[in-house]
Design a protein around this ligand. Sequence first.
Ligand code: SAH
Length: 217
Amino acid sequence: MEKNKEFAYLRHNMVVSQLLNRNIKDTNVLDAMGKIPRHLFVDKNYRDEAYSDHPLPIIMGQTISQPYIVALMTQELEIANHEKILEIGTGSGYQTAILADIAKEVYTVETIKELFEGAQKVLKNLGYQNIYFKNSDGYNGWLEKAPFDKIIVTAAPLEIPELLTSQLKEQGIMLIPIGFPSQTQILYKVTKSGSRIIKEEVANVAFVPLIKDKIKY
Ligand code: SAH
């Protein structure tokens, strides 16, 4: 109980110092991040750091993104509560929980089986019923469930996968980091407008690579 109070205090501080102070204004995002227990999504050994201002390792060499980056990407998606979202890279499931708190349905794709299973367990325990999971290669999106109002990619490919833009609705938005691992990558906000794709730079970021054919580059 005491520990939960401590986590609630750390979570509140995270919202104020890392999000509000850096121009995160979307009240849905602030509410979700103010209540979702991020410490349940990180490795037990890192629980005390769950609300700190940096990414953390999860299993299989992957990472849970820094809270500010989760907030920024979610805010830039401009999610309305009737919308259907595709997430590529379930990882710990933390970003998935934030999306599911705001949107109507979240379809999330993860290539690593252990993470696909782990995230499913945590999210089911928390009672989410609007999340659909797939253990598959995210480069293909989720064709049977397309089109999506919004798409979020939480690992970096070298270029925007065409199969993902093709599964985005007209005027839909996709947030995606692009670039080589361990170099500065650019987070793009992509809007689909007829046959055109409008690309806007949002921030410099550092994501793990979006793995292609199980081979890391
Ligand atoms: N949003 C996650 C971030 C996870 S890191 C979180 O909040 O924890 C990126 C994730 O993308 C990893 O879990 C990794 O396994 C996954 N990933 C990498 N390449 C992928 C691919 N081709 N398809 C689906 N998922 C992939």
